[in-house]
Design a binder for this molecule. Structure first.
Ligand SMILES: C[S@@+](CC[C@H](N)C(=O)[O-])C[C@H]1O[C@@H](n2cnc3c(N)ncnc32)[C@H](O)[C@@H]1O
Length: 216
């Protein structure tokens, strides 16, 4: 059965229940960890949950997914809730946020893997599989691609939500990296775009900037 709340997404009853647990837990931990900007908390369902859910809707059949810099579980825990049989890995360096991610995943009855490490070291493990790699509110696009490089080289597609600076970030990324990109409209942010990256082929052979020059 599918259900929609006043302004929320259409999802199955089971997913809806898991997302409600997520919303309760994020609200409970927010005071201690500042997981989302306080001003956005009243709009948690649209600004954060549906904003994350739209990534799962872009790749509904993905069986393996890695989310970088997961913070409060956006989009990682939401993508896992959309399909609990999907294998989801969350990479986050902040130990208190990792505690939130593990505790909330348990309460949502989700079996996700939380890697408490910096992305730069976490992704050197060749055993990490990903059909999709995502990152939200983490870094400029060129830097995200640098982080995601091992997964993209293995054939993962990248899904990176971006705001109004998307064109500039895309140009900068294309000076550093060789890839195909598609810009998808965001259903939650009028100025927002989701950058979908595929056919990644490593550093750009020509171009003004070197990838090591990308500011962190
Ligand atoms: C601005 S928050 C965004 C969190 C979440 N993706 C969201 O959309 O709300 C960025 C998160 O990435 C984590 N982070 C930043 N750099 C990282 C790195 N190099 N390795 C692992 N985590 C990192 C931070 O600890 C923080 O939780």
């Amino acid at each position: 059965m599918s259900r929609r709340n006043a302004n929320g997404p259409v999802v199955s009853r089971e997913t809806r229940d898991r997302l409600s647990i997520f919303a309760d837990e994020l609200t409970r931990w927010q005071r201690a960890l500042n997981l989302v900007s306080p001003a956005s908390l009243p709009d948690l369902w649209t600004r954060h949950i549906d904003d994350s859910l739209q990534l799962a809707d872009i790749a509904p059949d993905a069986r393996t997914w890695v989310d970088l810099g997961s913070g409060g579980g956006l989009p990682g825990l939401i993508v896992a809730a959309a399909d609990p049989t999907r294998r989801v890995v969350l990479v986050e360096s902040d130990s208190r946020k990792c505690a939130f991610l593990r505790s909330t995943a348990r309460r949502m009855d989700l079996s996700v893997t939380v890697i408490e490490a910096r992305i730069e070291t976490a992704l050197t493990d060749a055993a990490i599989e990903a059909e999709v790699v995502s990152a939200r509110a983490l870094a400029p696009l060129a830097r995200l691609i640098a982080y995601a490089q091992p997964l993209l080289l293995n054939g993962a597609i990248g899904l990176f939500p971006k705001g109004r600076n998307v064109s500039r970030e895309l140009t900068e990324a294309q000076e550093c990296w060789n890839f195909e990109a598609e810009l998808l409209a965001s259903r939650t942010e009028p100025d927002g775009r989701i950058v979908r990256i595929q056919n990644f082929a490593g550093p750009a052979l020509t171009g003004g900037r070197h990838r090591d020059d990308i500011a962190p």
